[in-house]
Design a protein around this ligand. Structure first.
Ligand code: ATP
Ligand code: MG
Length: 593
């Protein structure tokens, strides 16, 4: 029997629990209150402050399974191993254990728990540079674990180095970084030949190997003279894709043939009347299955299709599904017919990311977006068919009149053999002030940017506002969500009583008073029960672990929160509630700047 995702999830969790690790709860696909990123793209993303030295409420040994959306991988989807949505299984040591334990544990997990045949595993280690020595320590550890030397490959910083800035050369002074060590699975065995390493090796894309996980060792700090010194507190950051570990456990390099996709693919086969075979069909079915999964996950956490940022990605995913369905089946597919595939997705992640009733939320959004696009799809394709010299204007018209996202047109033109210059098209979109979505292009990197001073201030205002709302409007107040940019704070809440404009004024005054009072802000790490007893404010949508961080604004506000916050309310400066509106039944929204 092949291993299923349900089983693998449990094996991974049990493995780390037994080794005294605590769960660092995964965050949503769209990070809360982080204006620097659109989506969560790795398990490490929310852990950056802790990797940089802040104490983690759960301690120094952590694990989790983090759902990820890598919008930047969208063009890779269609191959055997890339998906825009995937789950990253991760574990971390924050200044606790290091290479010896990490490599031995991951090896043990792969060979004893998942029971992969040892002879099929290859590893890589850092080869060093002029300034940095090779990672001989990891090399020796792998050898001791029984990996033969010919299966240990040395790569330079382009493959086996991690820092937020990339290569050692690009790192600013003070920045941490270090070597990493990856594990690969070999599907088609080719006997060792010293010559062979030159043409095919673990990092080759020919399909012989699949990368399944990466242990990053945060070992060094860059000095201002360009040299590196050892960090006093070294960390481990491990990430491995669940889809890929399942695939190798089945000895099949196709992640779409695992239990995480099979029922979705069957549903797509059924609507399209095509089978999952042959590269062209497979590529389309993979894209449809992946994009439906990501779209359902985004809709479920309140992303709606739109012309910018997150909503634009969702729109692109859904419209690309329409096109791929049409190409696959030869005729337009109604969104209703895709619902069984969505139900299969909900079933796969039931009680992890979805409950059955989520279909009520997801279905209407998918139907509305896809069916609306379907109305113009065929006419748009006809126009596209006639293009023999693509111009920015044509691409823009296809977007404006037929709803074809620029990237989709680009892809379709490419299929026709046109290699188009995206810059020229962007110019055309810019002319029409329709490029708002690329204004978010700096936000793909994945939460690794620093929090700006202004957003930190707004974080603290959120706590003051939450408490003031509670005090003025009453105990039914409950936070429904918040969103911070460098310019403003938006805060949604539930309340039985409709706040009056006098009350809003009063709330604004309380917050400004608290700012004037120069109150110290600090945090404590305490158990969840104790925190609840203290009556700390919480955000009910969040899943809290056993030990939590609680921020105190003097004795005015206490709230479950990971931070960061200002050290004293005086840093905030005067605030203004400049907009207040009703957004639903018993739901209200305030804007503060
Ligand atoms: P690749 O080179 O295959 O794109 P990566 O170097 O981008 O992988 P990392 O950023 O090191 O991968 O992420 C850690 C792990 O997450 C990988 O070892 C892989 O198992 C998994 N992973 C990364 N990107 C994807 C993806 N698009 N789809 C599925 N799994 C992925
Ligand atoms: Mg990648």
């Amino acid at each position: 029997m092949p291993l299923t995702h349900v089983h693998l999830r449990k094996l991974f969790i049990d493995f780390w629990k037994k080794r005294d690790h605590k769960e660092s709860p995964p965050i949503p696909l769209v990070p809360q209150n982080d204006p620097t990123t659109l989506f969560t793209g790795s398990g490490m993303q929310p852990l950056v402050p802790y990797l940089l030295g802040e104490p983690h409420p759960q301690g120094n040994k952590l694990y989790n399974i983090q759902p990820c959306f890598r919008s930047q991988d969208i063009d890779e989807v269609g191959d055997n191993r890339h998906t825009t949505f995937f789950e990253m299984m991760g574990n971390w040591s924050l200044g606790d254990y290091f290479k010896k334990e990490q490599l031995a544990w991951f090896w043990q997990f792969l060979t004893e728990v998942v029971k992969l045949p040892k002879e099929k595993l290859y590893v890589s280690v850092f080869a060093g540079t002029k300034e940095l020595s090779p990672d001989e320590e990891s090399f020796e550890i792998w050898k001791k674990l029984g990996v033969s030397e010919e299966k240990i490959f040395n790569y330079g910083p382009e493959k086996n180095w991690w820092s937020r800035a990339g290569a050692p050369k690009s790192m600013p002074a003070g920045e941490p970084g270090g070597p990493d060590s990856e594990v690969f699975f070999e599907f088609i065995h080719i006997p060792h030949n010293p010559q062979y390493g030159k043409t095919c090796h673990p990092n080759c894309d020919c399909g012989r190997f699949l990368e399944i996980g990466n242990s990053v060792f945060m070992q060094y700090k860059k000095n201002s003279d360009g040299s590196f010194s050892e960090l006093p507190k070294k960390n481990v950051d491990f990430g491995g894709g669940m889809e890929r570990i399942l695939a190798v456990s089945n000895n099949n390099p196709d992640v779409f043939l695992t239990s995480l996709y099979q029922s979705i693919i069957s549903a797509v086969e059924k609507v399209s009347n095509k089978t999952y075979s042959g590269e062209t069909n497979k590529q389309k079915i993979r894209i449809i299955a992946d994009h439906l999964k990501t779209a359902s996950s985004l809709i479920n956490i309140d992303v709606v299709p739109s012309n910018k940022e997150r909503g634009y990605f969702l729109r692109r995913l859904l419209r690309r599904i329409s096109v791929k369905m049409l190409q696959l089946k030869g005729e337009t597919v109604q969104a209703e017919d895709l619902i069984p595939a969505v139900k299969a997705i909900i079933d796969i992640y039931k009680d992890v990311y979805f409950v059955d009733s989520d279909i009520k939320k997801i279905q209407p959004v998918i139907e509305e977006e896809i069916n609306r696009f379907n109305k113009t799809l065929k006419d748009g394709l006809k126009i596209l068919e006639k293009i023999d010299k693509p111009s920015g204007k044509q691409v823009f018209d296809l977007y404006q009149s037929y709803g074809f996202p620029m990237e989709l047109t680009q892809e379709l033109l490419k299929e026709k053999g046109f290699n188009i210059d995206k810059k020229e098209f962007e110019k055309e979109f810019e002319k029409h002030k329709n490029l708002s979505r690329t204004s978010s292009s700096g936000m793909f990197k994945g939460g690794l940017a620093d929090h700006s001073e202004q957003t930190i201030k707004y974080h603290t205002v959120t706590h003051l506002l939450h408490q003031a709302l509670f005090d003025v409007i009453g105990e039914s107040v409950r936070q429904e969500g918040s969103n911070i940019t460098g310019e403003r704070l938006r805060f949604d809440f539930y309340s039985i009583n409709k706040p009056t404009s006098e009350q809003i004024k009063e709330i604004e005054k309380i917050i400004n008073d608290k700012i004037k009072e120069k109150i110290a802000v600090n945090f404590k790490i305490i158990s969840k029960e104790e925190t609840l007893k203290l009556g700390a404010r919480s955000f009910f949508r969040e899943k809290y672990p056993d030990m939590v961080k609680v921020y105190f604004v003097g004795n005015y506000s206490k709230e479950f929160c990971d931070g960061p916050h200002v050290k004293n309310t005086s840093e905030i400066g005067k605030i203004e509630i400049y907009k207040f509106e009703k957004i639903g039944s018993n739901l209200y929204r305030v804007y503060t700047k």
